[in-house]
Each structure stands twice: as structure tokens, then as C-alpha cells.
Design a protein around this ligand. Structure first.
Ligand code: ADP
Length: 273
């Protein structure tokens, strides 16, 4: 695909992480979900084509069940995800309906997008939904996805899923919302001297080192998975912005072209192209 300046983006994928959807005390962040529905509906009304990739199934399931940590067995985690996914979608649907916007749930596993026939169906479904001005809410089908030796059905994490969805839908931009303002020279929660990168043109070894290991309590991705997703974006010469999802209305400012978060775009691209 050829890259588009931020101001002329038409189709965008927004990925929201668990840390933006679940409060530190484990309750659902209704304010964030409501603001997301308002923001995405407004963009849809303005003519953008919007796809949401949302995590949060296990977090919502833990909340439903009154648990404060993930169960240890995979089967119980998958059961919690099944409970949480329907709860999360219920809340999304309610908030989107409040703004008169139809939304749809699409649950994917890696084998579905790896196999050409079913991959084509996924692409067609997303395309049809966008043509109907419906907002797809996509997640991994956590209740059935497993990684076994000869049977890989997991995307790894929703950062990868969102980059894959951006590819499948040929989106102009992936906006990844997290609990941090962007990509820093080191983890700002542990290093006070960490500085925010406004623009990353290439994934270097020193960036990989700055990404460190784990992320937040509920999130599973962390910064290294964001870099891995960014590599997928670079591979198709597209662009990604990592920004703070505390206020999802930040997407309006991003699309206006304000310097927000970290833009991942190769150096051949100059802003305002
Ligand atoms: P999400 O659930 O939104 O996907 P994660 O919890 O997986 O988010 O990742 C965000 C966290 O990654 C931040 O809160 C921060 O603690 C951690 N982190 C580690 N290294 C960095 C870095 N270099 N820049 C920014 N955040 C970092």
C-alpha cells in the first residue's frame, strides 16, 4: 500500500488494551468505553471507516466473577474469557447504540487468517461491515485459541492481531492505545530519565532493549509486542501511532495531525505528504 498523511487517512484500526478498559481495582472503565463509542461513532459519521480491536475479555470476566487474578489453568482462563467477552460486547453495544451506531463482533483465531479460504471470508466480512457503516469490534477468540505443537491458533497478543487486522483491511493507520503516552527510551515507570520518542522510523536493537519485558498487571503485551506489531506495519509501508488511551477522544487530535504519542513510520515519509 502507499502511505497516506495522517490528515488524509480514511480507514483506521484502533487497538485498545486491557489497561485502558479495566480500572486498576479490576472494575470496568465505563468512561473509557463510552468515550470510545462516542469518538468512533463521530469518526464514522464524519466518513472515516473505523475498526476497533479490543482486548479486555479476561479482565471483564474476572470482574464478572469477582476474582482478582487470572486462574492458573488454561481451560479456566478460557472459560473466564468466554464470560468476559460477552459482557464486554454487551457494554460496547449499549454505548454504541446510545449514539445510534451499529457495532458487530468478529472473533478470530490465527488459523482462520492463515488459511487462504477463511482469510478471504474475514476480509470480505470486514469490508461488508464497513460498507454498511457498521463498526467491527474484533478480538481473538480467547475461549478456543490455544498453541499446541502442531496446531497454532493464537495470534500471540492483540498488538499482533491489530497489525494483522490493519493488513487484512488495508487500513491507512493503526492507532494503538495503551496506558502510556508512547514509546520511551526506557520504561518511564522505573526510569525517571526516560524520554518519549515522537517518531520511530526503524526498529533497532537499542529500541528492542528499551522495550524491556513485561507490561501492566492485566495487559500481556508490553512494549516488545508493540515493536513486533510495528515491524508488521513497516513491512507493508504503513503507519502506526502509539498513544495514551486514557481519553479515547485523543483519536480526534491524532487525526487532526497533532504531535501525539509515538509515530512509527519509515523515513521516506514526511509529514504533510
Ligand atoms: P496494553 O495493555 O495497553 O497493551 P501494556 O501493559 O502491555 O499495555 O504495555 C504498556 C506498559 O509497558 C507501560 O505501562 C510501561 O510500564 C511498560 N513499558 C516498558 N518499557 C517501556 C518503554 N520503553 N516505553 C513505554 N512503556 C514501557
Amino acid at each position: 500500500m502507499s502511505r497516506t498523511s495522517i490528515q488524509s487517512v480514511k480507514r483506521l484500526v484502533v487497538k485498545v488494551g486491557t489497561s485502558s478498559l479495566i480500572l486498576p481495582n479490576g472494575k470496568i472503565n465505563l468512561r473509557a468505553i463510552d468515550q470510545m463509542a462516542f469518538t468512533l461513532t463521530t469518526l464514522n459519521n464524519q466518513g472515516y471507516e473505523v475498526i476497533l480491536v479490543s482486548s479486555g475479555a479476561i479482565g471483564a470476566g474476572l470482574h464478572q466473577l469477582g476474582l482478582d487474578k487470572r486462574p492458573t489453568t488454561i481451560s479456566r482462563q478460557q472459560a473466564v474469557a468466554a464470560i468476559g467477552q460477552s459482557e464486554l460486547i454487551k457494554i460496547y453495544n449499549q454505548r454504541f447504540q446510545y449514539y445510534n451506531q451499529t457495532s458487530a463482533q468478529v472473533l478470530l483465531t490465527r488459523d482462520v487468517v492463515d488459511y487462504p479460504e477463511s482469510r478471504k471470508n474475514v476480509i470480505n466480512t470486514i469490508q461488508e461491515l464497513l460498507e454498511m457503516k457498521v463498526i467491527p469490534i474484533i478480538n481473538e477468540n480467547d475461549s478456543v485459541a490455544v498453541d499446541e505443537l502442531d496446531h497454532l491458533t493464537k495470534f500471540g497478543d492483540n498488538d499482533q492481531l491489530s497489525a494483522i487486522v490493519a493488513h487484512l483491511s488495508d487500513a491507512d493507520l493503526l492507532i494503538m492505545l495503551s496506558d502510556i503516552d508512547g514509546f520511551y527510551s526506557a520504561n518511564p515507570n522505573t526510569d525517571k530519565n526516560a524520554t518519549l520518542y515522537h517518531r520511530i522510523t526503524d526498529i533497532t536493537d537499542s529500541l528492542e532493549a528499551a522495550a524491556g519485558g513485561e507490561g501492566s498487571r492485566f495487559g500481556t503485551g508490553g512494549m516488545s509486542s508493540k515493536l513486533k506489531a510495528a515491524k508488521r506495519i513497516f513491512a507493508r509501508d504503513s503507519q502506526m501511532i502509539l498513544a495514551n488511551g486514557e481519553e479515547p477522544s485523543i483519536i480526534f487530535d491524532i487525526l487532526e495531525g497533532q504531535t501525539i504519542g509515538t509515530l512509527f513510520a519509515s523515513s521516506t515519509y514526511t509529514e504533510g505528504d
